[in-house]
Ligand binder design. Structure first.
Ligand SMILES: *Cc1c(COP(=O)(O)O)cnc(C)c1O
Ligand SMILES: [Zn+2]
Length: 376
């Protein structure tokens, strides 16, 4: 059976309802032996649960699914380069966060949890709230006051208790950690089961590329749950002898809030503290990434890098994707702007996969305001 494992001090703990970090303060990983049976995978239904033996849920009865996953991998051309884009806004709640929420809340069910708390700038809260209401688990979602109203309405429609916190995203996190002393912390950043859901991003790409890995992944990084999930997924596939390499990980941040970029270029082990500016890309506006050290390590280990995009680059990328029939939120547009920047600087003939992480329907007001402004 799987165990909590501390990447810092190497302590292990049995999995239980109350522990959400190591005694040393570090976030925990999961020690778990995944298995991959391609002949079983291809026979199963089109959801992320087709990789059943690689997902750390013990009993099938614990699984809570809305048929999420196996999103399209669409081929697109950007400035003469062929890129594969995973259409991950096609999830029940409109963002890739359902990958993590489906697995994490299935685990909560398995542990007999009756109530959870979570903090989020919006999409993770929506995903946790949706899966909790389906599971009959009570749910308090803490959000910063400034979150897009689309996301707040969504969270409330899933019947979660919305706790709006004045001040920064970081203040919201502090208040939630206090609440997590008494209630299960279904945190997308702290709880490793979330990453063992987002890792299915890698499994799907592997299957959709006829059991191969791409050369490069270009992904947004706030708390890095998609990037770390992709890293874990490809690492598991490599260790199982299913792929030869882990793709180079390229992370995209906003210049207004780029602690991981700062840590990367200054060759630091951890993200330094920064002064956060305003950005439309609210999904990656994370000043204190919980797993910053792990993110920097994974990017360096794979020979990757971090790029930043400015506010002025976001709306043109959003409009460009609109012309291709994809309505995405500004955070996802920032990733596409970063992808374009990467292609311009490299001109390599590598196989690149990126992702459209969230739907534009979540952020209609912001898109409308910035769309009208001449500066964008
Ligand atoms: C959460 C989110 C991100 C960033 O994910 P992190 O785990 O914070 O790195 C990117 N895009 C969308 C739409 C998101 O909801
Ligand atoms: Zn530790």
């Amino acid at each position: 059976m799987e165990k909590f494992y501390c990447p810092e001090c190497h302590r292990t703990y049995s999995v239980n309802a109350t522990r959400w970090r190591c005694d040393c303060g570090s976030p925990l990983d999961l020690e778990f032996m995944p298995e991959f049976f391609t002949e079983k995978i291809v026979k199963r239904g089109p959801s992320l649960w087709r990789y059943r033996e690689a997902i750390p849920i013990r009993k099938d009865q614990s699984i809570l699914s809305m048929g999420e996953g196996l999103t399209p991998l669409e081929e697109m051309e950007f400035d003469g380069h062929r890129v594969l884009i995973k259409i991950d806004y096609l999830f029940p709640t409109g963002s890739y966060k359902d990958r993590g929420a489906a697995v994490l809340i299935s685990k909560a069910r398995e542990l007999g949890i009756l109530k959870v708390v979570e903090d989020s700038s919006g999409n993770a809260g929506s995903a946790i709230a949706a899966y909790c209401v389906r599971a009959g688990i009570g749910c308090d979602i803490y959000v910063p006051q400034s979150t897009s109203s689309g996301k707040l309405v969504q969270i409330q429609t899933y019947r979660a208790n919305l706790k709006k916190i004045e001040g920064s995203r970081e203040k919201t996190a502090q208040v939630t950690m206090e609440a997590a002393k008494k209630t299960y912390y279904a945190s997308h950043c702290w709880n490793p089961y979330f990453l063992h859901g987002t890792k299915t991003f890698a499994f799907e790409i592997w299957e959709q590329m006829e059991w191969n890995a791409p050369d490069t992944l270009i992904l947004p990084i706030g708390h890095g749950t998609l990037l770390l999930g992709a890293y874990i997924g490809f690492k598991e596939l490599k260790e199982a002898g299913k792929v030869k390499k882990i793709p180079r990980l390229v992370g995209i941040q906003s210049t207004a809030c780029a602690p991981l970029y700062q840590g990367f270029v200054k060759e630091l082990e951890e993200a330094p503290s920064i002064i956060k500016g305003e950005t439309m890309a609210e999904g990656i506006a994370i000043a204190e990434p919980v797993r910053g050290k792990q993110i920097l390590k994974a990017i360096r280990e794979t020979g990757g890098e971090i790029l930043t995009v400015t506010e002025r680059e976001v709306m043109p990328a959003l409009r460009e994707m609109g012309r291709r029939g994809h309505f995405i939120e500004p955070t996802s547009a920032a990733t596409i702007a970063g992808l374009k920047k990467y292609l311009k600087s490299k001109g390599r003939k590598e196989v690149i996969v990126s992702s459209l992480t969230g739907t534009g329907l979540k952020a209609v007001e912001k898109i409308e305001i910035f769309g009208k402004s001449k500066d964008f």
